[in-house]
Design a binder for this molecule. Sequence first.
Ligand code: SAM
Length: 467
Amino acid sequence: MWLSAFQPLLTAYTGLTIAPSDYDKAVRFLQHRVAELRLFDLSSYLGLLETQSLAADQEWQHIVQVLTVPESFFLRDKGQMQILKEHILPELIQRNHHSRQLRLWSAGCSTGEEPYSLALLLQQLLPDIHDWDVLILGTDINDKVLAKARAGLYTRWSLRDVGPEVLAYFHPAAHGQLALDASIRDRVSFRRTNLLQTPFPDFEINDIDLILCRNVFIYFDQQAIATVLAKFTQTLKPEGYLLTGHGELYQQALNGLETRLFLESVVYQRIANKRAALPPLLLPVIEAIAPMVSTKTVTDSTAPKSATVALPLTASARMKQAYLQEDYAAVLAIAQTQPSQGTDFETYYWSAKAFACIGQYHAAETRLQDALALKPRSVSCHYLLAHVKESQNDLENAKALLQKTILLDETFVPAYLDLAALCEHEEPDKYQQLHTQALTCLKQLPPEHYFEDIAAHAGDLIHLLPS
Ligand SMILES: C[S@@+](CC[C@H](N)C(=O)[O-])C[C@H]1O[C@@H](n2cnc3c(N)ncnc32)[C@H](O)[C@@H]1O
């Protein structure tokens, strides 16, 4: 009853739908708010939300902070990052070299990793960036994530997929966090925008060359997607690009947009006013796009780049490959093909990683418990479970799990660093001790020693430790 009254209002205001796995949480939240605000019943609460008032605005912030998924990380989706780096951004730079203007928008940017990733890519691609007028704008509906984005402070978890060339832009900061260098941080501006309710194009959001709106529509109602898509199309420059998460526009009419197919992902481009002939497709065209979430093809990374090879890989090997290509939908789709009886450790583990990456922490935890039942001493499972707990704000259990990870493998430096970060504030002695232990371990390991769980080499981690 509570949800059937609340859901239409939520969707009308934000576009969001509530996943069945979140029904209980949503009802508990509503009951709590009604009690906290000393309201008579749910209708009074819904009445408050419908007013145009500061109180309603604050209440909507409470709601989005509880019901949205803020999961994000740097250089998320390597395939799309490659398309941006090798094709789209160079094309935009070339196209705009007379005006020296570039306008990029990360819509639904959460804690800022996505627009900062754009700034990091531009740093490599545009050596004379100071002579350009560059807008990199990050927007989100949630004030809390925007405050974090502006601060530019991250844990190693947000940097789990980056190499040394990106880590070089981070410095050790308080509470074991890593601070993004001001030269990159100051290039990005942030502002609150509700994709559904805020009217745009507006004074700032207009004539955009590239919109990234990834992993946002996945939580949206289809009609809301259509509305936002039409606004995006009006906001893009002719031939400007839109990137969404994989398959997020499946079932949508692409009025005014056309698809460009790359091996790694579909991207959308606003049709030019005067239709110029399109340049030839940049990469081999995917013959058919599966009418499912994933458009990626699992390829053999050791094979020549142009060849798409169907190798007789095991399911878990395919899951790992799909995970490394950040195609989490494919990981979960492969898991679903496995018989529920006798599911193996790897299937649970890669499913858990995929669920954690899309912010479905409860599902991730269940898979990890299943994996740990099969391998109780798995270091990777304990470490990932610690991060799931941390993401759920269960810091005590996160600490206990990191401690256990260290007991299981005393050379596993990522656990020392993350535990140190969690202890710094309240247990400064322990923080120091953990850092010293991490440094001692790192010095004993060869620089090329690879920590697969955080995709980093020992040599990269040393420079992130305060000396
Ligand atoms: C999973 S995060 C995606 C972050 C980033 N784009 C990425 O892919 O890593 C989804 C974000 O969309 C935001 N969001 C949800 N509904 C929105 C709306 N109506 N307007 C603006 N942002 C919204 C949420 O607050 C959340 O931060």
